[in-house]
Design a protein around this ligand. Structure first.
Ligand SMILES: [Zn+2]
Length: 139
C-alpha cells in the first residue's frame, strides 16, 4: 500500500484542485486485471507502473478516472454506491458496456459514476473538461 507519488499528486491537483483530499488516497496492488476504487483506496492491476505520473497519457488519464471515483466516494458516498449498483444491475460492469457509454452531449448530474469518470478521463485527454465540475482545471 502506498500514497500518491509527488507527480501523481501534482497531476491530481491540476485537475481536481482541492476537491479531493489527496492525503487520504491510498493505492494497493491486487491480482485483478482492472482497477477499482473503494472509498479513497485505489486497487491497481498488476501491470500498473510504480509512478503513474511517469507513464503515458492514457495511463495518467486512467488514474484520473479512478480519482474521479475517489472524489465521488469522498463527496457523495451514498450516491456513489447507489450508482455503482445501478451500473451492475443494468448491463454489467466494464469499459465498452452500456453503463460506461457517454453520449456526445451530456449533463454531469445525470451521468452514472462510470460515465462521470469517463467524462474526466476523456476530457483530460482532449484538454477539455467543460461540463465537469473540474472545468477550470486545465493548467
Ligand atoms: Zn470506473
Amino acid at each position: 500500500m502506498r500514497r500518491l507519488t509527488p507527480g501523481e499528486a501534482l497531476l491530481a491537483a491540476g485537475v481536481f484542485g482541492v476537491a479531493i483530499d489527496l492525503d487520504r488516497v491510498r493505492l494497493a496492488r491486487w491480482p485483478m486485471s482492472f482497477g477499482m476504487v473503494l472509498g479513497s483506496l485505489i486497487f491497481l492491476p498488476p501491470g500498473a507502473p510504480d509512478d503513474v505520473a511517469e507513464a503515458g497519457a492514457r495511463m495518467r488519464a486512467w488514474l484520473l478516472h479512478e480519482l474521479t471515483h475517489v472524489w465521488q466516494f469522498q463527496t457523495r458516498p451514498c450516491w456513489t454506491l447507489k450508482s455503482w449498483a445501478g451500473v451492475l444491475l443494468s448491463g454489467g460492469y466494464g469499459p465498452g458496456l452500456p453503463g460506461y457509454r457517454l453520449a456526445a452531449r451530456w449533463d454531469w448530474e445525470e451521468l452514472n459514476l462510470e460515465q462521470q469518470a469517463r467524462a474526466v478521463e476523456t476530457g483530460w485527454l482532449e484538454r477539455d473538461l467543460a461540463g465537469t465540475p473540474f472545468a477550470r482545471g486545465n493548467p
